[in-house]
Design a protein around this ligand. Structure first.
Ligand SMILES: [Zn+2]
Ligand SMILES: [Zn+2]
Length: 413
């Protein structure tokens, strides 16, 4: 009873809501289709259970499914670990080195970032993954990466079953003509061992499964390679971007600083062991981190604060000259704007004529930045940041002011 009440807590039921999203629905459907078709194909046609090989094959298929689902659900429900709301550093003197999160009403501990989808500050955030409908971060990094390894391995096994089933079932039914291939799908020629003939629906399901399995192997396999790079360098995708900007900032202002990424422990094995442990829980509490000998706990957070200050100075003010609805692929804003829409889940912000935006980056057709809000919205702590078409805005002519601001920024550093 106590176990049951532990498992069925209200919190856990709330967590189940994560399943109601296109990501988990598609991911679980792919896992379900590939495993069930592979199991049916091998049991009925390719490798019956009354042989030793068939039994081993069957156990392995079940094993892949269980391991994949185990890691998948752990990645989703264990989650990345969130920084407690209203968190403060133990030592109050450290707070000037940290950014403050207005949504969580607390400081952002080193390596944490606020995720707008999860609406919380996430420990060692790497990215928000729509497929698990949760962030990939500190606590679920190992589960997530194991899933990315196991899914392609299981899919390769399933693809082998699909190809062999089709080959053995169809090899004597295929006839090649000059310019055509004929497959005789009449049920007459069924083999005596098979309980059911390999019919058109079975063939279609197997072919469909093969497509899914091969697609998953390639797509998920690539994600696995990316995550292994993250783990071996102990540098999340977000931190790689911060490092990039740090080098750019140092070069731009010629400050002569040397930037050392603090969390790379020097060897791949050491970095690997931070994430993968025998207990399943990664090293550390997700707030304090082991760092390079020439760095300290706040090396990266101070760099982030510098970049934040710098971004304010280097952002460019634009005036809105054309209304924009906030659509991803807006009609009537030109063909290039329509087809060159940024491939990201980041939001688009609607604009009306006369408003002001501060842009921090952009492409030839789109820009990213903050909209200047009216007083009421700003007081409520609101913020509107996202993409908008470049043709809807016009640069404000404050060149003298902005260049003097850049000059003073240079002095500060
Ligand atoms: Zn936050
Ligand atoms: Zn998230």
């Amino acid at each position: 009873m106590s176990i049951l009440s532990y498992v069925v807590k209200l919190e856990n039921l709330q967590e189940l809501r994560r399943l109601c999203h296109w990501g988990p629905v598609i991911a679980l459907s792919v896992i379900g289709v590939c495993s069930s078709v592979a199991i049916l194909d091998s049991v009925i046609w390719f490798w019956p259970l009354d042989t030793t090989g068939g039994s081993i094959n069957f156990i392995m298929l079940i094993n892949w499914t269980v391991l994949i689902l185990y890691n998948y659900f752990n990645a989703m429900f264990v989650g990345p670990g969130y920084i407690p709301l209203g968190w403060k550093p133990e030592n109050v003197q450290d707070s000037p080195y940290l950014q403050f999160c207005r949504v969580c009403q607390g400081f952002k501990s080193p390596r944490s970032h606020h995720c707008r989808k999860c609406n919380r500050c996430v420990m060692k955030m790497d990215h928000h993954c729509p497929w698990i409908n949760n962030c990939c971060g500190h606590l679920n990094h190992a589960y997530f990466t194991s899933f990315l390894l196991l899914a392609p391995l299981g899919c390769v096994h399933a693809a082998f079953i699909f190809i062999m089933t089709m080959y053995t079932q169809l090899s004597d039914r295929i006839s090649f003509g000059w310019s055509s291939v004929k497959i005789d799908m009449s049920a007459v020629k069924w083999s005596p061992q098979a309980i059911i003939p390999f019919s058109v629906p079975a063939f279609a399901a197997t072919l469909f499964g093969l497509g899914l399995a091969l697609g998953t192997t390639i797509a998920v396999g690539m994600l696995f390679v990316i995550q292994m790079k993250v783990i071996f360098r102990n540098k999340t995708s977000i931190e790689a971007w911060i490092e990039e900007k740090a080098k750019d900032r140092i070069q731009y202002y010629q400050t002569g600083e040397e930037f050392i990424f603090p969390y790379d422990l020097g060897s791949r094995w050491e970095n690997f062991r931070q994430v993968f442990t025998w207990s399943g829980t990664p090293e550390g509490d997700g707030i304090e981190w082991p760092v390079h000998e020439r760095c300290h706990q706040h090396t990266l957070t101070i760099e982030q604060l510098k970049q934040k200050a710098d971004k304010r100075v280097r952002s460019v003010q634009y005036r809105v000259i054309e209304d924009y609805s906030g659509a991803c692929c807006p009609l009537g804003k030109g063909v290039q704007t329509l087809i060159r829409t940024p491939c990201t889940e980041e939001p688009r912000i609607p604009l009306s004529r006369g408003e002001t935006v501060f842009a921090t980056r952009g492409t030839k057709w789109w820009m990213y930045g903050d909209k200047v809000l009216d007083e009421d919205q700003a007081k409520a702590g609101g913020r509107m940041r996202g993409w908008f078409p470049r043709r809807c805005v016009e640069k404000c002519l404050y060149d003298a002011a902005s260049s003097s601001a850049t000059g003073s920024g240079k002095k500060d550093d």
